[in-house]
Design a protein around this ligand. Sequence first.
Ligand code: NAP
Ligand code: MG
Length: 492
Amino acid sequence: MTEELAAFRGFAYAAAPESRAIVRLEDGYGLFVGGEWRAPAETYTTISPASEEPLAQVGQASAEDVGAAVGAARAAFEGEWSALRPAERAKYLFRIARLLQERAREFAVLESLNGGKPIKESRDVDLPLAAAHFFYYAGWADKLEYAFPNRRPRPRGVTGQIIPWNFPLLMLAWKIAPALAAGNTVVLKPAETTPLTALLFCDVLRQAELPAGVVNIVTGDGRTGAALVEHPDVDKIAFTGSTEVGKAIQRELAGTGKGLTLELGGKAANIVFDDAPLDQAVEGIVNGIYFNQGHVCCAGSRLLVQESIQQPLIEKLKRRLATLRVGDPLDKNTDVGAINSATQLQRIEEFVAAGELEGAELYQPPCTLPERGYWFAPTVFTNVAQSHRIAQEEIFGPVLSVLTFRTPEEAVEKANNTAYGLSAGVWTEKGSRILWAAQRLRAGVVWANTFNRFDPTSPFGGYKESGFGREGGLHGLEPYLRFDEDSTEWGG
Ligand code: NAP
Ligand code: MG
């Protein structure tokens, strides 16, 4: 190779960082209660996981703070909010949606800064989808009687919402938009590591002139979440997070009459049949498990590949992995950003060590990880057995476990051999095989020749240990409503 050619081969992308100047961080944030900033007794520092740089001081809400937020939500519900004409309620949601669009770049930069996800994802996925959820549910706010004919839908009251750190603003939108459209008021707790976009969202609420107390944001760790769950004046809890915490919440609420929806973990099978277009499937596998560093509850973390095509598919996949750029979340060329926290990085490292110990074969493409911050290289395990921990437990990181199958029946059986049931993927040229598999896969969502696609009109949720209740679409509106079945005009 000539020297020139060698230099050309080594041609690297120049850095293309998105400017941080659009985000103006406060030194410290209070709790957003009753439309005002309430000073918390305790605070903690939120950081950027890509650099470990401190970003701001945020509140650790106590049980008393949570009580004040629930009180404000109750007062707003009993006051003007529940008496408001539904068409007026819709206008607030439309306003919030438009404001999110207008301020999309600011929110996207902040989301990447505080959470570590690549800017191209927060810009092209999180923000447009968050706005789309508000637009979608705004449209239903004054049409509930048509959405649920003859059932007299009424709001539940005060809803407590607890969300995780993997899609901070998007999960906020998934929770707040249907709750408000149905006429409820909200107390929301963001995840401990990613509170900043929820706090910036309070400024959107101010701009939208949403009445005080309709949405309250209390930051803090699991203790704040527990206080919200335990509060007697909350009518419904909506939770997204780990199966372990979800189960604890269900135990706590048993017999209280409070509504509950749980969106928990997953261990999705992404099934590639021998007639699938391989290059397209490779893109789907990469999107399935390396999107958002694999911090995705519906991630395609188990690749089930038909034995006859295993070798070419894995070769193509490894070649593709070598082209993924891991690094600065704010760089527009970055494909894989930072791991969300030191705790999560440690959890991923433990799983990977267990995979090697149990005899699976590890592959990581050559890549240089930044020195500061929390990073993990895209990882593929081949020779994985169904009994391995890396095939059974949710890793929530950029780690793919590859298993093989010979017949479609075996593929479905292995795919369903999990405690979870949130999502699945099928790659094949045959439409009939897609329908055949979709009927048999015990998963809330089945993607065909694509993966990780979301739309506000489409219900999302799990079977088994992945939880219950649906978010998105009309299904997602229902848990925020009460129905007085006896008093329908038709029922007599
Ligand atoms: P997690 O603890 O379940 O976090 C989810 C939310 O619940 C956070 O806001 C959390 O606060 C809060 N929380 C924690 N303990 C609580 C309690 N006792 N009562 C009420 N709320 C409580 O999840 P994690 O610890 O961040 O992540 C652990 C694992 O869960 C991950 O490795 C992954 O496998 C899974 N996970 C799944 C999803 C999903 O989308 N399905 C999302 C996140 C994590 P803190 O932020 O302070 O913990
Ligand atoms: Mg936690």
